[in-house]
Design a protein around this ligand. Structure first.
Ligand code: PRT
Ligand code: ZN
Length: 283
């Protein structure tokens, strides 16, 4: 039985729960319980604060965990990174008051920077040869410059709205993060096998994201032209129809090209076009 640590509540919780669910793993949500049994996979879920997940996985209280890369990097714990999960994207950036005439990293020399990520920041400043003071605060980092606690901040940015609201501007993107599946280094081979099975399920879900399954009827004489339109390795499936002049074409299309391709296929005479969601793609 594998024990996996996930965020009890917060930004990663919902996406983590739906990933587990899409992978056929049903688990009771965190209420007052710290540990919940799941069905559909031999797994137990440990609900924790995200800050505590890297250590729990490091010491083996949990065999695996789903957490932001930022937390793993900040705790400086050696963990086995199994896969990136494609959600919880954000960056950790240096930001300064809007009015600052920022000319480059040199600006930070001798300045005081407030952050909840002192380790990532001090590594960065060390690598860049910048000597600055790092002031660690747990929350509401973005208000530090306005109240005179610091000259600048180093904090998570996603849309950038919080910085703007606080009269700050992003000047250096230092660290890019997303949710990752991590495991305890040196797991037993049977547990590692379970982690690999989990990875297989997650990969089939993350691979299908951004794609649609498209099917349509097409005049048979247009098949060659249609095949040329459809990109790359995902060669379409062509099936005969009762009417010999027509066939049915099935393919997988990326959402970025979906509408453009559909318009082109329509121009070739495609009819009865269906666009379906893909749940899994075993690649
Ligand atoms: O209670 P617990 O300790 O578990 O949660 P938490 O409050 O420490 O973390 P939580 O739930 O806020 O975030 C969990 C993880 O989500 C982070 O560690 C990141 O990996 C990821 N993530 C993705 C984010 C954001 N996007 C994000 N925008 N974490 C925080 N923010 C905050 C940021 O701190 C800032 O205040 O959102 C604000 C900036 O957002 P924008 O969109 O205004 O730029
Ligand atoms: Zn936290």
């Amino acid at each position: 039985m594998l024990r996996i640590a996930i965020q009890a509540k917060g930004r990663l919780n919902e996406d983590t729960m739906s990933l587990l669910n899409d992978a056929g793993i049903e688990v009771a949500p965190a209420k007052r319980k710290l540990v919940a049994k799941a069905s559909g996979f031999p797994i137990e879920v440990l609900y924790l604060r995200d800050d505590d997940i890297p250590q729990a996985v490091h010491i083996g209280v949990a065999d695996a965990g789903i957490v932001g890369l930022n937390e793993v990097a900040e705790r400086e714990m050696k963990l086995h990174e199994v896969m990136r999960l494609g959600f919880g994207h954000c960056r950790i950036s240096l930001a300064v008051p809007k009015a600052v005439d920022y000319t480059g990293l040199e600006w930070f020399r001798g300045k005081c920077v407030a952050t909840s990520y002192p380790n990532i920041l001090s590594r960065f400043f060390y690598e860049q040869g910048i000597d600055a003071d790092i002031y660690e605060i747990a929350g509401s980092v973005e208000i530090a410059p306005a109240v005179g606690l610091a000259d600048a901040i180093f904090d998570i940015v996603s849309s950038g709205g919080t910085l703007i609201q606080n009269g700050l501007k992003e000047v250096e993107q230092v660290f890019h993060s997303e949710a990752v599946l991590v495991a305890t280094p040196g797991l037993s081979s049977s547990k590692l096998e379970e982690v690999e099975k989990l990875k297989f399920r997650f990969t089939s879900i993350t691979s299908s994201r951004g794609y649609k399954y498209v099917l349509m009827n097409l005049p048979r004489q247009q098949v060659d032209a249609a095949v040329k339109l459809i990109p790359g390795m995902r060669s379409p499936t062509i099936l005969p129809l009762a009417d010999p002049d027509w066939c049915s074409l099935h393919t997988v299309l990326g959402e970025d090209v979906l509408w453009e391709k559909i318009e082109q296929l329509k121009a070739l005479g495609a009819e009865g076009i269906l666009v379906l969601n893909l749940e899994n793609m075993i690649v």
